[in-house]
Design a protein around this ligand. Structure first.
Ligand code: DQA
Length: 142
């Protein structure tokens, strides 16, 4: 199993960004805990972050060209706006889980709509940094 993890815009600021909403765990800490779990399950895992929509599209396209078997993505604000990221996920052959740190459904109404979730296998949100680990567990167990 070879899994790609993509973090969208502003996720690089975790730790100091709105800690009441997103917690104090940094992106590097999330990536380390994902790598630790992946290693214990003999899974190859790559983590990627970008603030740029097109770069995220390019990276999603590598799921096909570089032999990934699954994708975990937090599209962050692009969740609610990006047809391009939705189309890239739809075009990808790999099963995808969308994750969010916060429970987007108990926040502002504009966060209730995800353009990307309908082309994913499922969505995990509201568990903070653990949302990512739960997504990885879901792939491990399936
Ligand atoms: C987020 C939720 C989005 O609405 C927001 O724009 C983010 C982070 C989350 O992980 O909770 O940047 O994806």
């Amino acid at each position: 199993m070879k899994i790609l993890v993509i973090h969208g815009p502003n996720i690089n600021l975790l730790g100091t960004r709105e800690p009441d909403t997103y917690g104090t765990t940094t992106m590097a800490e999330i990536d380390q805990s994902l790598q630790d779990l992946a290693k214990s399950k003999n899974i190859e895992l790559e983590c990627f972050q970008s603030n740029v929509e097109g770069e995220i599209v390019n990276k999603i396209q590598t799921t096909t060209t570089e032999g990934f078997t699954a994708l975990i993505i937090n599209p962050a604000a692009y969740t609610h706006t990006s047809v391009a990221i939705r189309d890239a996920i739809a075009a990808s052959k790999v099963e995808t889980i969308e994750v969010h740190l916060s429970n987007v459904y108990k926040r502002e109404e504009f966060r209730h709509k995800s353009l990307t979730a309908p082309v994913c296998k499922g969505q995990i949100c509201g568990f903070g940094a653990q949302s990512y680990l739960l997504a990885l567990q879901a792939f491990v167990q399936s």
